[in-house]
Design a protein around this ligand. Structure first.
Ligand code: LLP
Length: 424
């Protein structure tokens, strides 16, 4: 057995890549490609790293379902006792369908509509993470009209640089997220005075794919300063929500382990007298990212003067991260063999030069070979589109020796459903 670095439960047995006990080539044969495959054991192991760090503490883990919102994936986390962080009415319906308890749901996002607020209040979600003073006024009006009380936490922008890609850093002054640090106390005072609202917490989120410890420690200090100021003004906070989770290993990245990071954060919390407070976190990527791979087939090799291209059947509509963030995803063969490697740009069939999946990769491949694009469990299927009228891929969840089809491949008819032809 030969373990893939950073991908627990993905390993070569002999020359064949497996997820848990299932041979990936066999799944590609049975279900076709592109195909997303997830390992349930990997997800639960990633969750366990957080749980170890929280032993003996009051912490609720709310899976940020934007990372992967497929029903089968949500079921794994719901059954493991997680809560959920949602950002739309669509996510609310999905997670309820997957069996989540409404009180375990928190609702984040800068642009909640009145209809989304009404539905979330009607089902009885746990908390709204409010992102602006204007949203607070609207939520107060919507809740009062419905005769309900909305539990609110205000998302504070701690103005900490997470040193990640600019598109996925969210806690800096120039970002659209959260209430500015210096407006926080005034916003809490307004929230406490408005009808239909009950202040229950504070939250922040500094960014995603963070691999340094320092930004978390800085953000925690700044949040605790605010908690002291808010409580000093007579507004009690039941919980502190520390936002999203850690980065993952895409290309030799070395994020701290969840339990190690939280040992450091709790040392700070204990020192400042907050150690027994109720905490929440909203990890997404670190729970699912390296639990998933996208299987794909090589369609054509196209040698060129400047570049050799390896054209595969997965594309930017399936794996949007390289095109959007110049992100790196490792690419490995499903079946290892001793052929001489050439350097290729691995690209999809979509009619855009931005449709690349990997650049300058050494691969010994022929047309018809199958590859796995790794670290594809987070922000791939949930960001997939139908561009070029490509149906979204099928998904399989592996559990030991069993493989469950959790999403059928989307057909052209599925894509056209709801469209209307013009009259003759
Ligand atoms: N909570 C909030 C309020 C968030 O905005 C996010 C992610 C999370 C939690 C989860 O963060 P995580 O644990 O996954 O780092 N599409 C991008 C990532 C966007 C993240 C947006 N917010 C990517 O593919 O890299």
């Amino acid at each position: 057995m030969n373990q893939l670095p950073g991908h627990p439960h993905f390993a070569w047995h002999g020359d064949a890549l497996h997820a848990e006990q299932v041979r990936l080539d066999a799944l590609a044969q049975q279900y076709g490609t592109p195909l997303f495959v997830y390992s349930k054991a990997s997800m639960l192991e990633a969750l366990a790293a957080y749980q170890r760090g929280f032993a003996g503490r009051k912490v609720k883990i709310c899976y940020a379902m934007k990372a992967n919102s497929s029903l089968g994936v949500l079921q794994v986390f719901a059954r493991a006792g997680c809560g959920f962080d949602i950002v739309s009415g669509g996510e609310l319906e999905r997670v309820l369908t997957a069996g989540a308890q409404p009180q375990d749901i928190i609702f984040s996002g800068v642009g909640k509509t009145r209809a989304e607020m009404q539905r979330a209040l009607a089902v009885g979600i746990g908390c709204f993470n409010v992102e602006s003073e204007a949203e607070l006024e609207v939520l107060s009006a919507v809740a009062s009209a419905a005769g309900k009380t909305a539990a609110v936490s205000i998302r504070v922008n701690p103005n900490v640089d997470p040193k990640t890609h600019p598109y996925i850093s969210t806690g800096l002054k120039g970002n659209k997220f959260g209430v500015a640090h210096e407006r926080t106390l005034a916003t809490y005072q307004r929230a406490a005075a408005l009808p239909g609202l009950k202040v229950v917490g504070i939250d922040c989120h500094i960014g995603s794919q963070i691999t340094d410890t320092a930004p978390y420690l800085d953000a925690m200090d700044r949040i605790l300063d605010l908690v002291e100021a808010i409580e000093g003004a007579g507004i009690a906070l039941q919980h502190i929500d520390f936002g999203g989770g850690l980065g993952i290993n895409y290309n030799g990245d070395q994020p701290p382990a969840a339990d190690a990071l939280w040992a450091q954060l709790f040392a700070k919390l204990d020192a400042r007298g907050f150690g027994d407070r109720q905490f929440m976190i909203e990890p997404g990527r670190s729970l699912v990212g390296n639990a998933g791979a996208c299987l794909t087939e090589v369609l054509y090799l196209k040698p060129g003067e400047q570049k050799n291209f390896c054209i595969i059947d997965a594309a930017m509509n399936d794996l949007p991260r390289p095109a959007m963030y110049q992100a790196y995803h490792a690419i490995v063969p499903l079946q290892r063999k001793d052929s001489a490697a050439e350097t290729y740009d691995v690209v999809g069939p979509v009619c855009e030069s931005g449709d690349w999946i990997g650049r300058d990769r050494a691969l010994g491949v022929q047309a018809g070979d199958r590859l796995a694009v790794l670290s594809a469990g987070a922000y791939c299927m949930s960001m997939a589109s139908n561009y070029n009228t490509r149906g979204r891929a099928a998904e399989v969840l592996v559990d030991g020796a069993q493989a469950h089809l959790i999403r059928e491949r989307e057909t052209a008819a599925d894509q056209m459903r709801g469209e209307k032809l013009l009259p003759q």
